[in-house]
Write a protein that binds this ligand. Structure first.
Ligand SMILES: Cc1cc2nc3c(=O)[nH]c(=O)nc-3n(C[C@H](O)[C@H](O)[C@H](O)COP(=O)(O)OP(=O)(O)OC[C@H]3O[C@@H](n4cnc5c(N)ncnc54)[C@H](O)[C@@H]3O)c2cc1C
Length: 394
């Protein structure tokens, strides 16, 4: 098994964590990334204890926590009155309850910590400007073909190429990717520009009819991550980084509390981006022959649970453990898929429900809805969860 040639397609959070996990268990990997450089978009990501267990196990948790700074009290606020509806203590309380900490992290910091770790293990393991196009597989190997004209043969291939996964299309055909009827806006606001009224509750979700606005500080409170999630049935544009205007968001959130509107007005023009959120139906199968999928490629979901990246990190550690425990790649893939599918596919559906509950606030009352914590998401430890035995026929 230790000589298995492993290719990973996609150098996002999922692909890099998978690489680190497999390296940790003594495997060599090659990562193929379409971009010219290894990097992440400028935005925040919440890393909850379930994923921190994996990052700690893989030796990068300390750096991620250090870069993030102290965690914050989380509050849900009513969109019109600004009144606090619920609070959650995400600091030492979470650590005591779940055995690992909870952090609001700049994506570039998490990605950078993972990249530094894998490159320390193997300086040649990342191949940039390799846009995967197609694959063939037979009894002996899988061959990936890239847009730059190169091909690469390996024993197994792991598709970590995100929600619009090309690997997935190669394995299972072009499936329908649903536009969820939700659009997202994101921006980073330097802390000096954030209105003082917001700093009373720096980590808050303002919930309103068909809309939510989330903000939390990053990098030791030097920058504020702002995410607006709004229902928009008519969305047509493709792409993740379409520029948006402040007026456009301010109009959509016009009936929100002055604190929220002040924050929207504090966003610097040119730093606001929007995109339409898409997801897929849960997949009955992640693996075909010598190829499997991980992270958003396997189970893309809306961001309402704040768990997509956390689940990719969990997948990655379980995949490494499965390879370490198995005597063949087929057994490793079966263990991985059997261990992960129910949890990750369940989260896809829970994330849809969460959207309905969070954006179901009426003018008369509030329904802040369930939280990832109360849905049991944080009770999982991918470093110790029992591996599901492989079915020999799979
Ligand atoms: C607004 C918003 C907020 C979110 N907040 C959170 C949060 O707080 N917590 C959380 O856990 N999750 C959150 N998520 C979800 C999280 O961002 C994703 O689940 C996570 O980024 C998935 O990681 P991934 O590595 O599977 O895919 P991606 O991050 O999409 O990475 C895919 C990689 O593959 C590369 N690639 C794609 N196609 C090819 C190809 N053909 N050939 C080669 N390379 C390719 C890409 O360039 C990229 O590097 C949020 C999502 C959104 C939209």
């Amino acid at each position: 098994m230790k000589d298995t040639r492993i290719s990973i397609i996609g150098g996002g959070i999922g692909g890099l964590t998978a690489a680190l996990s497999l390296q940790h268990f003594g495997f060599r990997v090659s990562i193929f990334e379409q971009a010219r450089e290894l990097r992440e978009i400028g935005a925040g990501v919440v890393i909850s204890p379930n994923a921190m267990h994996a990052l700690n196990f893989l030796g990068v948790g300390g750096r991620v926590a250090q870069d993030a700074g102290p965690t914050e009290l989380y509050v849900v606020r009513h969109f019109q009155t600004g009144a606090v509806i619920t609070t959650r203590w995400t600091g030492p309380d979470y650590f005591d309850r779940f055995g690992a900490s909870y952090h609001q992290v700049h994506r570039a910091d998490l990605h950078g910590a993972l990249a530094a770790a894998i490159l320390r293990n193997d300086p040649d393991c990342v191949l940039l400007e390799h846009r995967f196009e197609t694959l063939t597989q037979d009894a002996k190997r899988v061959v990936a073909t890239f847009a730059n004209g190169k091909t690469h043969a390996s024993d197994v291939l792991i598709g970590c190429d995100g929600g619009a996964s090309r690997i997935r299309a190669c394995l299972f055909g072009d499936e329908v990717v649903n536009y969820t009827g939700q659009m997202a806006f994101r921006a980073l606001v330097p802390m000096a520009s954030v209105p003082p009224s917001i700093m009373k509750y720096p980590y808050a979700m303002h919930v309103g009819v068909n809309r939510a606005l989330l903000h939390y500080p990053l990098r030791h409170r030097t920058v504020m991550n702002v995410v607006c999630l709004a229902r928009e049935p008519q969305w047509q544009d493709e792409g993740w980084t379409i520029p948006a205007t402040i007026d456009e968001v301010a109009r959509l959130y016009a009936d929100f509390h002055p604190d929220a509107l002040e924050l929207i007005r504090a966003i610097e023009p040119g730093t606001l981006f929007k995109w339409g959120l898409r997801d897929r139906e849960p997949s009955p199968q992640y693996t075909k022959g010598r190829v499997t999928m991980l992270g958003d490629a396997a189970h893309p979901m809306t961001p309402f649970l704040g768990q997509g990246a956390c689940l990719a990190i969990e997948d990655a550690l379980v995949l490494g453990r499965a390879f370490a425990a198995a005597s063949s790649f087929a057994e490793a893939f079966a263990i991985y898929e059997n261990t992960r599918k129910a949890r990750a596919n369940g989260a896809q559906l829970a994330s849809r429900q969460q959207a309905d509950e969070l954006q179901g606030v009426t003018e008369r009352g509030a329904n802040p809805g369930a939280h990832a914590e109360s849905r049991g998401m944080y009770d999982y430890n991918p470093a110790t969860v029992p591996l599901a035995l492989a079915r020999r026929d799979s």
